[in-house]
Design a protein around this ligand. Sequence first.
Ligand code: NAP
Length: 244
Amino acid sequence: MPGTVVITGGSRGIGAATAMLAARRGWHVALSYRERPDAARQVVQRCEQAGVRALAVQADVADADDVQRLFDTVGDELGAPNALVNNAGIVGPRQRLEDFATERIERVVAVNLVGTILCTRAAVRRMSVRHGGSGGAIVNVSSRAAVLGSANEYVDYAAAKAGVDTLTVGLSRELAEDGIRVNAVRPGLIDTEIHAPGRLERLSRTSPLGRPGKAEEVAAAILWLLSDEASYTTGALVDVGGGW
Ligand code: NAP
């Protein structure tokens, strides 16, 4: 069903791989980023080389005004979106909970969970057949951490991602009549810049598949969930975790 997809955090990692695969599949692509305009510009160029329209908007998903501006810009430049990938996410430093700074806790929940809710609200107001839209699909990028818990490292992040899982299930039921499917992918250890140095190599050796995943392997699952091939799939939490 290609049309226009909004991908938050599309300048690097899983979001960038998703943007480029979406473009190759014929989607017009709008991506958001926070602080690396050069990386975002490169992804836009790669998408355009695939023959689709693409744009990048600097917008913090945790800021309601930024989110409003992101979706207004997409509407003006590319038309109403029919797909959203809530991908932007962060972790704090690896720490036990009693050492967490208050700002870290607030920011981790704000970006991973509140940001997902704010972007979804903006998308639903434009995509829902209830509001004159054409319907579509939403994919939330959760994490296997939502199940495993990230003890001694990022329990705040894991809890926020568990919230994303619950949001996915609830919204899949709430939005079915609006013509919108809602699913999530839960990546395991994926080779991106989100990891502290050495963490990926150390942990992925012991995983069942014995290696880290690639951003493109997560993007493939996301693009399937967005596609008409997944037309009867909603409320699913798809693990892309190499066996974890
Ligand atoms: P990454 O390489 O660190 O990329 C993060 C992306 O998010 C960048 O494009 C960044 O923009 C953007 N971003 C960060 N904070 C933002 C904000 N407040 N507003 C808008 N954009 C923001 O991360 P990744 O590994 O690809 O992670 C993508 C998603 O997958 C996240 O939700 C993460 O939790 C999830 N995930 C990752 C793994 C893994 O092993 N990599 C595992 C499970 C789940 P800038 O370029 O401007 O900084």
